[in-house]
Write a protein that binds this ligand. Structure first.
Ligand SMILES: [Cu+2]
Length: 138
């Protein structure tokens, strides 16, 4: 008798596989930005509950704070406090620039980047185009 693999199991594997693939891609793509799991200190930006619905943009509270200022060499950690997936992706929804991308962040998952160069860095959520934020590096 043949043993059948349930289709849901296959779907699950494909989803997990593609998430892992995205994360490995991100790690090697950039020289300016560095993914660090545990820097000594970092600024925290939270992704609050219900930011998956339009409206948070009206009060600039899709990412809190929506604009964070740091010095070069310092880090920012984003924490997804919502019950939905979100991303932290560099550029704008119309023009993603590929500098950094968290991929889909699960609830309670965080993403940390060290910014080595000064500049103004826009980012957004690939799933919710109204979610926009900015990192200002002195
Ligand atoms: Cu989002």
């Amino acid at each position: 008798m043949k043993k059948k693999i349930p289709i849901i199991g296959l779907v699950f594997l494909v989803v997990i596989g593609s998430i892992l693939a995205t994360q490995f891609e991100n790690k090697e793509s950039s020289t300016v930005f560095q993914d660090i799991n545990s820097p000594e200190s970092f600024a925290i930006v939270t992704i609050p509950t219900k930011s998956s619905r339009p409206g948070c943009d009206e009060t600039n509270r899709c990412y809190i704070p929506s604009k964070v200022s740091i010095k070069s060499g310092e880090s920012v950690r984003w924490l997804n406090e919502d019950a939905a997936f979100h991303s932290v992706t560099s550029g704008t929804y119309e023009n993603p620039n590929g500098n950094f991308d968290s991929g889909y962040l699960d609830p309670n998952q965080s993403f940390t980047i060290t910014f080595e160069d000064s500049g103004i860095f826009d980012y957004f959520c690939t799933l919710h185009p109204w979610m926009k934020g900015q990192v200002v590096v002195d």
